[in-house]
Design a protein around this ligand. Sequence first.
Ligand code: ARG
Length: 460
Amino acid sequence: MKLWGGRFETGPSEVFERFSGSLHFDRRLIDADIRGSQAFASALERVGILTADERECMIAAFDQIREESHDPQFFDGAEDEDVHTLVIRKLGEKAGGLAAKIHTGRSRNEQVSLDTRLWLREQIDATLGLLDSFLAALLELARRYPDAVIPGYTHTRRAQAVLWPHYILAYFEMFARDRERLGETRARVNVMPLGSGALAGSGFRFDREAMARDLGFDAITRNSMDVSADRDWALDFLHAAATTLLHLSRLAEDWILYSGEEYGWMELGDDVTSGSSLMPQKKNPDSLELIRGKAGRVFGAYSSLFITLKGTPMTYNRDMQEDKEPLFDAADQLAGSLEMARVVVESAKLKPAVPAAAAEDSWMVATDIAETLARSGVPFHSAHQIAGRLVLASLQQGKKPAQWTAEELVAFAPEFRPDMIRSFRPIEGMQTREIPGGTGPLAVAAALEEAEARLRAWRA
Ligand code: ARG
């Protein structure tokens, strides 16, 4: 069956049908398409195109189609151009000639926008749930080692000591913004396009607000041409998905390193790692590597839709059918990665003694030493020089911070006082960082509680 054909003398070639058909992927919109069509049937009754009986009959037929569509064989052998055509054909099989009225004053251009919005709204809600579960696991992992000291890095070089929960909370903040981005996307997706017609607005005076209410939308779109032409709400989702995966991929990269032999301060569970077919000793972080890999795939989906839309003239062009595969794939990869990341986090163990020793043995206290001098009145630039010379001398002698005594310190430079030896221990330096957003133990404890409260509020 076709929804068009009168002005053609011959039908489409088999090659063109195969090339242009979208049923193999847009079948995923079938539930949304049915819901939209049921609301549209009510709208048709309100403008007098359908009687109450006809509407009821149609809605019952749609319910039946929905039921049948859960059967895996439902789509077997279907040759319809797209899911919208298939649903109307099925409606005809159930409701007879009545089905010919369902498309009155409606275009597939608005229908595809509606269906995709309905689908994406649900997908976003499910994704938010997955994100929250992942964040809950992350905060639990922070709680498990509240006092653990780890090296913080810049340039992949040991920089300053931080608390483990402080490091985890850095990621929490990134994912909290991702959550916000998904929420903002949802608001832009949740706008009802029906009534726009093909591009010029429907020729029937539908109650658009009523359709929006029926379908749980917050508002109606304001311009019919915009509806046919634009997909920026899908781009918004892809941006939010890509950014979330960007953050996941950085966490994955960290933990691939931290759990490897060269860092050696984390252990990933047996349940999220795999062995080698040749090397018996291997325990590989494949789950994290795949998350890192999926990120690349989703960035590709994002740029693919951007490039598809670029320069397409107003309004609808068939190019836009190419929006769905990247959108679906990105949504699937995001959901899958969040779920996988949660399980990895649940399995992860810190070996606190290893990063603590890394922090003790390296010269990450150099900044604390310089700041201690500055606090006693030495101009910071000179303090920086003195601490730098102290690091150089120590490295030349193979001397670690803990091997310095107060006497040696005072002998090294007259600016030092004996009690300044305390700043040679990472935990002392951290205690000077009790500033909101800093790694001071009290600041971190408060930040952790605050993050937990935020997550509780999101989940409520
Ligand atoms: N399958 C199309 C899409 O995904 C929607 C149908 C509109 N087709 C058309 N030729 N106007 O964009």
